[in-house]
Design a protein around this ligand. Structure first.
Ligand code: GLN
Length: 305
């Protein structure tokens, strides 16, 4: 297995030269552009990694899947989907265009920034500290990594330059999509995006979803299988933003990308997969990561279609 994974990485290493590191969050521009790694975590407990699977990067938008699950548990689907839709946008992940066009206003889905910020604002907790602790504890449990932490410089960088996210959040407060404190919700969102992970951590998030919301280590049903199914459906339709259709056709498994260069993917009932390649295409998806996943899915016949 590891041999095959190494071969897939070697084949796709030349793709690293294409694309760019993000500049709109200045701290992300400092990533190692030629890092390339893959890790898989299987339902039978087998785990295998190849390449830079221990390289640390920030989870970014991959976190949106987890906060959706927490919000669904906290508020139930009626409330969550009363405020955030279920449809792909065809627009960039940080687009604000459709927010005002659609009446009544509703972000299209929880995977784009507007929808994710709204979802994060729904997470319960008496204090801000309690909310961030709930998010971190959930991540630590699912990744089985008690050492997960927030990368403070990325967090500060996001907070300082997140004016587009801030603008969307204030708009959503105005139209009643966000019902809590805007700055606190944004702060929570910037923090969840700045959690530092490796391919191994995100592979284990994938494993959790491939196991329908049950912890593989203890067998505990942490979240409802229905919510896990919803999350995977969103990953298929919106997880790679306005490249989700192409990814579904070429790779065929639920996946979620982040501008830190990671992609978390799920082979339902089989395994979670984490890949990393920090250089992004114009849609914000890892170029090398996407190609590695395509070859991996082909090699092991993982497409769900
Ligand atoms: N923190 C990033 C942002 O808000 C997340 C975007 C992403 O990973 N696609 O823009």
């Amino acid at each position: 297995m590891q041999d095959k994974m190494r071969k897939i990485l070697d084949k796709n290493r030349e793709k690293i030269q294409y694309g760019n590191l993000p500049t709109y969050i200045p701290e992300l521009n400092k990533a190692k552009k030629d890092a390339l790694g893959i890790y898989i975590s299987m339902l039978d407990g087998t785990e295998v990694g190849a390449g830079d699977y221990e390289y640390k990067f920030t989870i970014q938008s991959i976190s949106k899947v987890i906060t959706l699950l927490i919000a669904l548990e906290d508020r139930g689907p009626e409330y969550v989907f009363g405020k955030v839709g279920m449809e792909p946008t065809g627009d960039a992940f940080n687009s604000m265009m459709k927010l005002e066009i659609v009446r009544p206003s509703k972000p299209f889905n929880p995977m784009i920034n507007a929808g994710a910020i709204a979802v994060t604002s729904m997470i319960k907790g008496n204090t801000q500290a309690e909310r961030i602790k709930r998010i971190m504890d959930f991540f630590k449990l699912v990744t089985q990594n008690p050492d997960l932490r927030i990368n403070e410089s990325v967090y500060m960088s996001e907070k300082q330059t997140g004016d587009r996210n801030r603008a969307m959040a204030y708009f959503m407060k105005d139209v009643g999509i966000i019902e809590t404190d805007v700055e606190e919700s944004l702060d929570l969102y910037f923090k969840q995006c700045s959690i530092e992970v490796t391919c191994k951590d995100i592979a284990r998030i994938g494993l959790f979803l491939s196991n329908d919301g049950k912890l593989q280590s203890t067998g505990e049903q942490l979240i409802s299988p229905t919510y896990s199914r919803m999350a995977k459906a969103f990953m298929v339709t919106c997880g790679m933003y306005n490249a989700s259709g192409e990814f579904a056709i070429n790779v065929g498994i639920p996946a979620k990308s982040g501008v830190g260069g990671g992609i978390m993917a799920v082979a339902p009932g089989k395994m979670g997969i984490g890949v990393l390649g920090p250089s992004l295409d114009e849609k914000g998806n890892s170029i090398a990561g996407r190609e590695v996943l395509k070859d991996f899915s082909d090699e092991f016949n993982l497409s769900i279609f």
